[in-house]
Design a protein around this ligand. Sequence first.
Ligand code: SF4
Length: 327
Amino acid sequence: MREFDYARAQSAPQAVGQHARAAHPAYLAGGTTLLDLVKLDVMQPDALVDINRLPLKAIEPLPDGRLRIGALVTNTDLARHPLVQAHYAVLSQALLAGASTQLRNKATTGGNVMQRVRCGYFRDGVSSCNKRAPGSGCAAIGGHNRSVHAVLGTSTQCIATHPSDMCVAMAALGARVTVQGPQGTREIDFADFHLLPGDTPWKEHALDPHELITHVTLDAPLANSRSGYLKLRDRASYQFALASSAVIVVLDGATIRRARIAMGGVGTKPWRVREAEAALAGQTVSAEAFARAARLAFQNAHPQSQNAFKVPLGQQAIVRNLRDLTA
Ligand code: SF4
């Protein structure tokens, strides 16, 4: 393991300042991704700025109906919070579907947003991987690409899925990410936070250098909505999604007034499927309407050599979730 400097910050501006003084710094919160990757020598920070003492552990309802979540709120505390369970069921379910109890007790909201990919070629430290070593190629294209590789949003440079369940729920709910930078704070729409790989797969998010996530603020819940998260995977716990869906619906009798759908396990970022949402609006609840929405969600799918099964599986994740929520 390489040597690195360690500093403990007492405020967000101080953390940003400490971060800006190093050549290859990283923020340390729960450490459930970062420390793994440091031990594997995939990430090689020369300085860790520990932000665990920052006052970012509150979940606060705002007067306009939104919910403000501190970046250091653990996945467990967020999933179990009464307001989340009452008004954002899809988020609570997504969090509890992720990782293990021990990891959820350590993992933070900000860290979950910043999760790195689970592609084995990225993590082995030696294979061709444009994300870890820009310009070296992508061993997953034509290689092992069954489980943690995408069919939506891929490029010729990278095909890895974004691994987070929480972020799929947030993509469906709508949210804003507040960040602290050297010049102050700003907000980023959650839909714009994660970047497609394109020609620059090493650029994974919209943060500028040294910026630190301080809060994620969820949109106000849709009135009279019901929501759920369905995760399909190789085993029932402690496993990443092969395909998942976060669905929110507003019903008026047997008519779907509004629907929001996001997918996990199939896209290179948390994948909102607005075409499917538009196709459902105003439709009577029916298997045909669900199937049509599911087809639309994958109309631009580009399967890899081993993961074409994710197209029908992802469609089933939408259909079953809609069926259960409208039953
Ligand atoms: Fe690297 Fe992305 Fe290719 Fe995996 S899919 S080897 S992370 S470039």
